[in-house]
Design a protein around this ligand. Structure first.
Ligand code: GAL
Length: 453
């Protein structure tokens, strides 16, 4: 993008209906992991295992959002952010994942929702952002088909208690990541590995996504119901046929595996043959049960991936060429800064005629921020956000049905296996004192959103 395009970026260019927000997730911010009847989640247990998380960090306190939510929601208001996406912790609501309900958990989320509404902030609620109740993992977790029933009951509980006030729902956060990292690579909770775990987890997550959608639609016919997907624009390393074929397989794995069954297209097994093995877990009627007509699809994009053929990588025959090796600008996650990726991803998903509406439910970057005199001059993040929002506008102006954009994330928080090292927030957190400082990126977003108010 030209410098001038960025500088001229105005909220008004997106139209009055466009939604602007900020996203978070329960385990990454709440802390209070064992108070007032909360059960353990797989992340509580995984983080206690040696060698799993950088510096042995964990989410026991995190940003203490459980106790500080009023202050943080007031900050959202001060930044003029109208939409706030957060998730509920299943094990705070149902300590064993099924059966008895924890009244204090219900009250807590009610207070959060009410406080948003009192401050004219719209709550957008994600049902599942990776923190499965540990009691369910002991029964097989996502590899156990019974999860469809457990998930359906949990969805029903949330719809019943929060549906009078929450109008925007997301069933799941990034199923490709929690199944891939949690059940194939073992680098996220619950730390399981191999195809024997990955394949059933994929299929049951797909079934739960659609089932969750159906429960919400039936109980809350007025609600706007979506679900979110991780997606990275994929390009081949070279024009060789081998690399092109590898890129196609990686694209099927990273971008198509979960959305296509939901849209009624089935798993993309023609382009990623290993997915044929999913048949073992399919029962009669599943093809239909996997389908749900979501009101919107949440896309979460951070970067692009460059892929080359790799004979030695089992199942997929492809590997990623890291940004560091390619000597391109990158974030502290090691991800390439490549704003056009978000444009390409919107175009890609927009091409599915079954998708009614696209919301960017996450986009943001981690950089090594420094506090100087109570300020954080995170120019790289300001530029990252401006460049990406400009690319969203480009897609919108092309006629794509993109209708909202949420920054990841409000405050620096627990970044899964990376612990607290990568800082993604618009607001800096000192994890010793819990002091918040609005970064320059937060101030930029505030000024951008303030226009016309
Ligand atoms: C997403 C995830 C978030 C956050 C973000 C940055 O994959 O949904 O929880 O961690 O990435 O890595």
């Amino acid at each position: 993008m030209e410098e001038t395009d960025r500088a001229g970026l105005l909220k008004a260019q997106f139209g009055a209906e466009f939604r602007w927000g900020v996203s978070t997730a329960a385990y990454q911010i709440e802390g209070a992991f064992d108070v007032e009847g909360k059960g353990l989640s797989i992340w509580d247990v995984f983080t206690s295992r040696r060698g799993k998380i950088k510096s042995r960090h964990h989410g026991q306190v995190a940003c203490n959002f459980y106790n500080c939510f009023k202050g943080d929601i007031e900050l959202i208001k001060q930044l003029h952010i109208p939409d706030f996406r957060f998730s509920v912790s299943w094990s705070r609501l149902m300590p064993s994942g099924q059966g008895p309900v924890n009244r204090s958990g219900l009250d807590y989320y009610s207070r959060v929702i009410d406080f948003c509404l009192e401050n004219q902030i719209n709550p957008w609620l994600t049902l599942y952002h990776w923190d499965l109740p540990y009691a369910l993992e002991q029964k097989g977790g996502w590899t156990n088909r019974d999860i469809v029933g457990w998930f359906s009951d949990f969805t029903e509980l949330c719809a019943k208690h929060f549906g009078d006030r929450v109008k925007h729902w997301m069933v799941m956060n990034e199923p490709a990541v929690f199944t891939g990292a949690g059940y194939f690579l073992g680098i996220h909770a619950p730390g399981r590995r191999g195809m024997g775990n990955f394949l059933p987890a994929i299929h049951h997550a797909t079934l739960c996504m659609a089932e969750g959608g159906r429960v919400l639609r039936e109980m809350l016919p007025q609600a706007e119901i979506g679900t979110t997907f991780s997606c990275s624009h994929v390009e081949p390393y070279s024009p060789s046929l081998k690399d092109q074929a590898a890129a196609k397989r990686a694209d099927a794995l990273l971008n198509r595996m979960f959305i296509e069954p939901v849209l009624g297209l089935g798993y993309p097994a023609a382009d990623l043959p290993v997915l044929r093995k999913l048949e073992k877990y399919m029962k009669p009627g599943d093809e239909e049960s996997m389908v749900f007509d979501f009101d919107f699809i949440g896309l979460q994009n951070y970067t692009r991936e460059i892929v080359k053929s790799s004979f030695f990588t089992p199942y997929i025959g492809a590997s990623l060429v890291k940004a560091e090796k390619r000597k391109v600008p990158l974030t502290t996650m090691g991800w390439e800064v490549y704003p056009e990726a978000i444009y390409n991803i919107i175009r890609k998903f927009d091409a599915y005629p079954q998708i009614k509406k696209i919301i960017i439910t996450e986009n943001g970057a981690a950089f090594s921020d420094q506090v100087e005199n109570n300020e954080v001059h995170d120019n790289m993040r300001v530029q990252y956000l401006q460049d990406h929002i400009s690319q969203v506008l480009r897609a919108k102006n092309d006629g794509c049905k993109v209708a909202g954009y949420f920054v990841w994330t409000l405050t620096d928080n627990f970044e899964w296996a990376e612990g607290y090292h990568p800082r993604f927030g618009l607001i800096h957190v000192d994890f010793e004192t819990q002091k918040r400082i609005v970064k320059d990126s937060g101030k930029w977003y505030r000024d951008f959103l303030k226009e016309g108010l």
